[in-house]
Ligand binder design. Structure first.
Ligand SMILES: [Zn+2]
Length: 80
């Protein structure tokens, strides 16, 4: 009696059986802390939204100055 071994390659396996990156693995690259990300986002928002030279409107969203995004960013920045 002879036994034949069937070699399966990863291409013959269904996609759901293939190995994927494990989300529970420890990250290899250091992550940026969330306060730094939030403060960077606040600085970007305050830089992007500014008053137009003519009229009292925001140059990014055309809402009356100060727009809601700037008000929220300013309040969050004061929380730091
Ligand atoms: Zn705006």
């Amino acid at each position: 009696m002879t036994t034949q071994l069937v070699q399966r390659t990863s291409t013959t396996l269904p996609a759901c059986w293939r190995r994927r990156p494990n989300a529970l693995d420890a990250p290899t690259a250091p992550r940026i802390p969330q306060p730094v990300q939030l403060y960077t986002l606040l600085a970007f928002t305050l830089d992007l939204h500014g008053p137009l030279a003519s009229g009292g409107r925001c140059e990014a969203c055309s809402e009356p100055w100060p727009c809601e995004s700037v008000r929220l960013a300013y309040r969050l920045r004061e929380g730091f």
